[in-house]
Design a protein around this ligand. Sequence first.
Ligand SMILES: NC(=O)C1=CN([C@@H]2O[C@H](COP(=O)(O)OP(=O)(O)OC[C@H]3O[C@@H](n4cnc5c(N)ncnc54)[C@H](O)[C@@H]3O)[C@@H](O)[C@H]2O)[C@@H](O)CC1
Ligand SMILES: [K+]
Length: 523
Amino acid sequence: MNDKVNKPQNRREQIDQIVVTAQQMREIEGRIFKAGMPVAALMEKVALRIAARIQSLYPLSNRMKVGVLVGPGHNGGDALVVARELHFQGYEVLIYRPLSKIKELTSYHSDYAASLGIPFYDEIEPFQECDLIIDGLFGFGLERDISGNIGNEIALLNEWAQPIISIDLPSGIHTDTGAVLGTAIRATRTLCLGLWKLAFLQDRGLEYIGDAELIDFDIPLTDIWAILGKPVAIARMTKAAALNCLPLHRNLLTHKYKQGHLLLICGSKRYSGAAILSGLGARASGVGMLSIAIPESLKPLLVNHLPDALIIGCAETPSGAIADLPDTVDLSNYTAIASGPGLTVDAKLVVQSVFGAECPLILDADALNILAQLRTIPTLLRRREATVLTPHVGEFKRLFPDSAELLPDRISAVRKASQLSKAIILLKGAKTAIADAGESLWLIPESTPALARGGSGDILTGLMGGLIAQPIKQQESLAKIVATAAWWHAQAGILAAKERSELGVDPLTLSQYLIRVLLALLN
Ligand SMILES: NC(=O)C1=CN([C@@H]2O[C@H](COP(=O)(O)OP(=O)(O)OC[C@H]3O[C@@H](n4cnc5c(N)ncnc54)[C@H](O)[C@@H]3O)[C@@H](O)[C@H]2O)[C@@H](O)CC1
Ligand SMILES: [K+]
């Protein structure tokens, strides 16, 4: 792949960009063991870090009763080491070990914990009294559905009120797809071990993961690159990577046209606000020149809200959509074109007219619906320059019915659609995924449900268009800029929700938080 994950300054930043499957984790782990690290020593090291983290989260008060759930594999082994340490620190510990057949190393830890007098149970009832539950039933070794008694006991446990900390993954969550295998623990917090597993970046498992946190245990980067390759094929978008990608510093001798010229084509009589919001998103990107094509009758409105933009009034259809661009518009003048918000499907002609543009084209909202009517894949394959699509799941299904069959595995679905269409596709969701024709895949790890609100996508389209229009640093790919826009948009939402509540993140406010969050992150 030719997409580059930036060279961040420190190990933690590099680790934070990495995402692995269960198989890759096994292979990385295998290299460490082969190099001489004893399995038991690694388990001890990891589990001591987990125990220390749990103690800092839940310091010992007068009486702290901790229930530890122990499964048959090394996830259970980790949990037993944690149980032992908490016991030594003075916590009252009890252990739920429902399966008798367990791995050898786990059984040693089990025997030792029993010898210390820690009580063992094979039913969950007594754990209702616990102040905290630690879940070490299954980690990345879970292969099949959890069924039978353990399944029922997990369902019961999920109804109780005490916090649950899951080790590595919530037991029952598939490491790669995030799917619930039969039943799963609903964790308050999950301590992911060593490297981020794919499940943390999938929408499906989110409700089970709770707050996610990575416990680093010093996996050598060389072992990671040996298995994943470098640059990696799937990357989490982090603050370091995103800030590196933003056009934060301009050349001293620049002028407005050197800072990019974005053409936004959006809005209709029916959805005039969408044009304003896209314009505000584009404005926050810092783009040198912003032109906005809208139906002629909306011109005064747009000038009022965006006096800095060049407003292009267009002929209207009887329904008040853009009929066509005026003859005076020369598409070769723009460094990027973004089209879609508020258009309505009546703006078909104008969307068709920009397919030939020889600059990156961003299509959103009704432009996507129009594209779906025109036969998505052949239309996209005819484009000579890059096309970026920003569908939500509903739009994605209309655009790529074949790829949509892979849903709810969003990562596989978006990757396939991108490979088939050669477009960069940003699939919106709690964990937005950006695929670049099978080359690279970026995932946005943090967001907020506050962004699930009419108009917030319009801000994103404008922001993304404005970023893409600007001169791109040589080493950055277009997909990474798209991911940076999505990351920035999400961060603005997170900060706005923190300061104003999730109810207070209307799109206009969101647009104002774009620069505000940037300043906060830079400081
Ligand atoms: N990757 C690493 O480098 C490290 C991994 N460690 C821990 O090891 C874990 C992985 O350990 P394992 O590979 O032993 O896997 P798990 O502990 O996740 O569980 C696998 C065991 O459960 C059984 N099993 C799978 N599905 C089942 C089902 N539905 N019902 C009943 N039994 C089922 C398997 O036969 C196997 O014995 C990680 O999640 C992590 O907690 C740490 O101890 C140390 C470092
Ligand atoms: K677990």
